[in-house]
Design a binder for this molecule. Structure first.
Ligand code: G6P
Length: 359
């Protein structure tokens, strides 16, 4: 490939480590010197006047949509639905009278997403494609297009595109909020803090490597649990792990475990709890205790240390609405090191393609 992985053993590690830089590039591209957002006014007005936003995507991009729903609604006050393209394609839900579609796609070429765009274009609905490849099919066929500025992503397992999607959606949501009212948030400043927090997590690489070895080298299954945004990140954490390490991993809403899935917990089953919210941390802690007493090996990823600790990865603090950008980083590293320890090719997992152009 034209893109060199330099001294990195795998593209995936390089791309994980590029994330603070990508965040910086997004800030430079989408904010001016005075901190004003540089986005097309007609785009902002259209979204802000719409009745409902439909985010349509596949795979990791779908997970980025899920992780963005809460802040998008909080800032814009417009309801957001997040849909899998391959489902939406076969059953179109009853749409709001003024819908707005956002297509999230790293490649901009995913056939499942494109078929929905073709359909919503026929319906005359307005749309925005957020892709990492300017000039890609989705970018050309949607009414508006924005670029992720993540640089080429070569590893099949997507990492920097996911965080770039969430960050760009946060900038978009913030700009829409500013169309309507003053904001309490200084997003530019908060994104700088996120960038620093990501960098700090990256310095914990060796600790995370040890944990990955300890938790995942010899297991066949694993669970990631969390509530709210932590649940959204759990889904992505599990996908990353299963894609490349071939461990059967599931992301679960922490409170839902006891309604069935807890039956799968055996002696030594890894359960990783994501806890970045003050509101939910006691409950999720409780869920971890429940599985621990049934033999699970538990790991907490959180900004707060806890006394009767399981293993922990401590996260730096960032704005609560943006914590997904920070908490996902250690889960990417866990997947990466788990795969190294298990002896598989990190960048080229079996059966998977970087971009899927068939439905
Ligand atoms: C493929 C890749 C995934 C990716 C998904 C959506 O299945 O293996 O990593 O998340 O497509 O791709 P897109 O380019 O639309 O984001």
């Amino acid at each position: 490939t034209a893109i060199d992985k330099g001294t990195y053993p795998f593209y995936m590690l390089k791309e994980i480590e590029e994330q603070p830089l990508v965040l910086r590039r997004l800030q430079q591209k989408y904010f001016d010197f005075h901190g004003n957002v540089l986005l097309d006014d007609t785009l902002l007005q259209e979204i802000s006047a719409s009745e409902r936003i439909y985010i349509v995507a596949c795979g990791t991009s779908y997970h980025a949509g899920l992780a963005s729903k809460a802040f998008f609604e909080t800032l814009t006050k417009v309801p957001v639905e997040v849909h899998l393209a391959s489902e939406f394609g076969y059953y179109t839900p009853i749409l709001a009278k003024k819908p707005f579609f956002i297509y999230l796609s790293q490649s901009g070429e995913t056939a499942d997403s494109r078929q929905v765009l073709v359909k919503t274009n026929q319906l005359g609905a307005s749309s925005l494609a957020i892709t990492n490849v300017p000039g890609s099919t989705l970018a050309r066929e949607a009414k508006y297009a924005l670029s992720l500025e993540a640089g080429p992503e070569i590893a099949v397992a997507s990492t920097k595109a996911y965080t770039a999607q969430i960050a760009l959606l946060s900038i978009l949501a913030y700009a829409i909020q500013l169309e309507k009212e003053d904001s309490q948030l200084n997003l530019l400043q908060e994104l700088t803090l996120v960038e620093e927090a990501m960098t700090q997590v990256l310095t914990q690489k060796e600790h995370i490597h040890q944990l990955a070895k300890d938790f995942f080298r010899d297991t066949n299954s694993a669970f990631f649990i969390g509530r709210g945004n932590d649940y959204a990140v759990s889904l992505e954490a599990a996908l990353k792990l299963k894609e490349i390490s071939y461990i059967q991993a599931e992301g679960f809403a922490a409170g839902e475990l006891k309604h069935g899935t807890i039956a799968l917990i055996e002696d030594g089953t890894p359960v990783i709890g994501l806890i970045t919210s003050e509101v939910t941390h006691l409950h999720t802690r409780g869920n971890l205790e429940e599985v621990k007493s049934r033999g699970a090996k538990t790991l907490v990823i959180s900004e707060t240390t806890f006394a009767q600790a399981s293993d922990q990865i401590i996260l730096p603090k960032a704005h609560p609405l943006l914590m997904s950008l920070v908490s996902v980083v250690p889960t990417q590293l866990l997947a990466y090191y788990a795969t190294l320890e298990r002896g598989y090719d990190v960048d080229k997992p079996r059966n998977l393609a970087k971009s899927v152009t068939v439905e």
